[in-house]
Design a protein around this ligand. Structure first.
Ligand code: MG
Ligand code: MG
Length: 275
């Protein structure tokens, strides 16, 4: 009989989470730099893979059973889990890219959403706003974690932020998670208010917080490829994610080069490097 692994990591284990977080961030920086009309999602995936491999890490998505790509790339009415391939990006497409690296047995997980330059201005504006609302809700959730007593306060903050921005759908069937030796660990991190506030927030906790938001209804279905999650009403989707560590002196966003400093400043939160 073995002991269940604690969801709270030791200070040394937290330090091991830094490098995979930075490699994950670098893989998304490479994708971001490539996004333009005419580029295929497969080319974006290859760019992420090259960065992860060149830094001596592995793609943790490729370690998921049945999945052989480095990223998930979801376009327009696809919200998450889209499979990269021959699809060519068009002006004005809204593209969510989810990537992750495993380095020396520890994992990073992060996602960004980008609107491809060009295209109809009204469409682009609405899609950029959807991305901004989703990203803002992620940072609101991370800011809440800085002073939260229970994990459920994150979802409360994410939902409250989105509701204050207008009529958007929040996916209910897909959630954030703990992260460490495995990409997906306990506890579950909901993107909405729950009656059970869940685990205690204490030093050693590492969470992947990842709001998935639509411009319409939150109803989704899985496409025939058995992966891609698409909106039923055809509305656009966005997905932002960061891996975040709680330590003795504060919080640190592992998948942001500045630990989240710039994006947390409006919330009055200053991240502290992991000692
Ligand atoms: Mg992810
Ligand atoms: Mg994740």
């Amino acid at each position: 009989m073995g002991l269940r692994r604690s969801i709270y990591k030791t200070p040394a284990q937290l330090r091991s989470m830094v490098e995979p977080g930075l490699i994950t961030a670098a893989s998304l920086d490479a994708v971001r730099a490539l996004i333009a009309p005419g580029v295929t999602t497969g080319e974006l995936d290859a760019a992420a893979f090259d960065v992860i491999r060149s830094r001596g890490a592995e793609s943790n998505f490729q370690l998921v059973r049945g999945y052989r790509h480095t990223t998930c790339i979801s376009v327009n009415d696809q919200v998450v889990h889209g499979i990269p391939g021959s699809r060519v990006l068009e002006p004005g497409d809204i593209v969510s890219i989810d990537s992750g690296a495993q380095y020396e047995g520890w994992n990073g997980d992060s996602a960004i959403t980008i609107v491809v330059p060009g295209g109809d201005a009204a469409v682009v504006d609405a899609r950029q706003r959807l991305s901004d609302v989703t990203e803002g809700s992620l940072w609101a959730g991370i800011a809440a974690l800085a002073s939260a007593r229970r994990v459920g306060e994150v979802g409360d903050a994410v939902q409250a932020y989105i509701e204050a921005q207008g009529e958007y759908g929040i996916l209910r069937d897909y959630v954030g998670h703990g992260i460490g030796r495995k990409m997906h660990e306990a506890p579950t991190v909901f993107n909405y208010r729950t009656s059970d506030l869940g685990a205690e927030v204490k030093p050693g906790l590492c969470l992947a917080i990842e709001p998935m938001v639509t411009a319409g209804s939150d109803a989704t279905f899985v496409e025939d490829d058995d992966w891609t999650v698409t909106t039923v009403d055809g509305s656009d989707g966005a997905h932002w994610e960061h891996s975040v560590a709680v330590h003795d002196d504060g919080i640190w966003v592992l998948t942001a080069a500045d630990g989240g400093a710039a994006s947390l400043a409006p919330f009055g939160v200053t991240p502290v490097p992991i000692p």
